[in-house]
Design a protein. Structure first.
Length: 121
């Protein structure tokens, strides 16, 4: 049986878990999470952080004794989650840099304006 992974869709975790015959409580126990945590991840109510993605990958990979399809898919999902997290951090740093740069330009304009006023007085 092969699962079609839809990246960016929370249901990918549910599909992998079901393909491996694991219940939510079983996966939760293997990851030291609660069943509600797994349900929230599967519904998209909670974001899967890189840390949790790795925990989920390990639990799914340990269960995937006959076929590496699900484990590989879980690993790729962990990679994409981590990549997205890094991308968001980079974008936030760039936004802050641009705001700082814009603020510096505003200050320079104010200084020029005050210099102009001071010279004309």
């Amino acid at each position: 049986m092969t699962t079609t992974i839809e990246w960016g869709k929370p249901a990918f975790l549910k599909g992998l878990r079901q393909e491996l015959g694991m219940s939510q409580p079983e996966l939760a126990s293997a990851c030291e999470l609660t069943r509600d945590d797994i349900a929230n991840f599967e519904r998209g109510a909670s974001r899967i952080t890189a840390h949790y993605a790795v925990m989920l990958y390990r639990a799914l990979a340990a269960q995937d004794v006959m076929d590496e399809t699900a484990a590989l898919a879980a690993f790729r999902a962990a990679y994409f989650v981590y990549h997205d997290q890094l991308q968001r951090e980079l974008e936030e740093k760039e936004r802050i840099r641009q705001e700082s740069s814009s603020r510096i330009e505003d200050i320079k304009k104010q200084i020029k304006m005050f210099d102009k006023v001071a010279r004309s007085a």
